[in-house]
Design a protein. Structure first.
Length: 201
């Protein structure tokens, strides 16, 4: 992404032309839209999810040409590609999160939380995405269950995918940010991420 015409976003010089939110019709995506839809720095917000009913409900609620909807599954790389082309900022919130259910279906958690993350970071590299943010959970800290373990491994995939220089991991507790880890030196970007997340889900 070029520097010409850059605008300040909490002190950080960048232009965000389009942003993509995976799991966009879930609690994070709804909170994100509520906070960011009228942000003039974002010319387009792409909502990627596999729930067509929730996408239709969201479309009826907002009726905004700024929002573009993409139907697909993060486990299928080909279905994500169109949503990623030209995006500058990706928030990856798509995951299985219910602890008891994932104890009964561990491979579903592996395929979605790990496989989906690997697909997203790979495509972010392929399409030269400027910043990639993984939404994680406090359960990934010293995990004791399948959901926490798969989210911890998703963090490791994000951290060790060394061709993506600008990654961040945001930890949520009951829908609110607990802390942020980032490869970025700029504290202003961490502030931006935290503000984006700082709305009850």
């Amino acid at each position: 992404m070029g520097q010409d015409g850059a605008v300040a976003a909490i002190g950080l010089k960048l232009v965000i032309v389009a942003q993509c939110v995976t799991g966009g019709t879930g609690s994070f995506g709804k909170a994100f839209l509520k906070r960011q839809l009228n942000n003039k720095k974002f010319s387009e917000i792409r909502i990627f999810s596999r729930d067509e009913k929730k996408q239709d409900d969201m479309r009826r609620l907002y009726q905004s040409s700024k929002i573009k909807y993409f139907l697909g599954d993060v486990r299928e790389k080909s279905s994500i590609s169109n949503a990623m082309i030209g995006a500058d900022l990706v928030f990856h919130a798509a995951a299985y999160k219910h602890v008891p259910i994932q104890e009964l279906h561990p491979w579903s958690a592996v395929n979605t939380n790990l496989g989906g993350t690997l697909n997203l970071v790979t495509l972010s590299d392929n399409y030269l995405v400027d910043k990639f943010v993984l939404v994680s959970t406090d359960k990934a800290v010293n995990p004791t269950n399948v959901m926490g373990a798969t989210k911890r491994l998703a963090e490791m995939i994000t951290q060790n995918f060394n061709r993506i220089k600008n990654f961040s991991i945001v930890y949520l507790v009951n829908g609110m940010p607990m802390r942020v880890r980032s490869s970025l030196a700029s504290e202003s970007f961490l502030a931006l991420v935290t503000i984006v997340m700082s709305i009850p889900c």
